[in-house]
Design a protein around this ligand. Structure first.
Ligand SMILES: [Zn+2]
Ligand SMILES: [Zn+2]
Length: 139
C-alpha cells in the first residue's frame, strides 16, 4: 500500500519500512529519503488509519522538511487526501499497549511490558508515592 501511495502521489526515490516506535505512528526521514511506520501502530490500527498516517508522511516528503506542519504541508496533505484527524502519540500508545495501569486519581498509563516494580503516578505526585500506586491490567 505504501508503494502504491508513493506512486499515486508522485513521490519518487523514497523507500518504505517499519520501525519499532511506540509513541508515534509514522516518521519521514528526509535525509535518508525513507518513510517508516510503527509496527505496533500498524498491527493495532485499521487499514484506513494506516493509510491516513502514510498520507501524512507522504505530504511531509513532498512538502519538504522546511514546511514542517505549516501551511504548505497542510495544503499538500489535504490535496492528497489526508483528513487531518488527530492521532497523537497517546492514542498510538493506547492502541499498542499490552498493559494499562490506573492510579487512584484515574490517570491512565500504558506499557508494552508489565512493570517489574511498583510505580506511582507521576501526574498525581512527581516523586514516588505509595499513595498513588498504579495498578496494572493486561489489555
Ligand atoms: Zn507530521
Ligand atoms: Zn494519577
Amino acid at each position: 500500500m505504501a508503494h502504491e501511495l508513493f506512486q499515486a502521489h508522485g513521490l519518487i526515490r523514497y523507500s518504505f519500512g517499519f520501525d519499532r516506535a511506540v509513541r508515534r505512528a509514522g516518521q519521514c526521514d528526509y535525509q535518508a529519503r525513507r518513510i517508516t511506520l510503527s509496527k505496533h501502530f500498524v498491527v493495532t490500527s485499521s487499514i484506513e488509519q494506516v493509510q491516513q498516517v502514510l498520507l501524512h508522511e507522504i505530504a511531509h516528503a513532498l512538502a519538504g522538511q522546511q514546511a514542517g506542519h505549516g501551511k504548505i504541508w497542510k495544503q499538500k496533505a489535504t490535496e492528497i487526501g489526508y483528513r487531518h484527524e488527530k492521532l497523537d502519540g497517546k492514542e498510538v500508545a493506547k492502541n499498542s499497549a499490552k498493559y494499562v495501569g490506573l492510579c487512584p486519581g484515574s490517570h491512565e498509563h500504558y506499557r508494552m511490558r508489565k512493570p517489574t516494580r511498583a510505580l506511582s503516578c507521576k501526574l498525581c505526585s512527581p516523586r514516588f508515592s505509595a499513595n498513588h500506586l498504579i495498578s496494572w491490567q493486561e489489555s
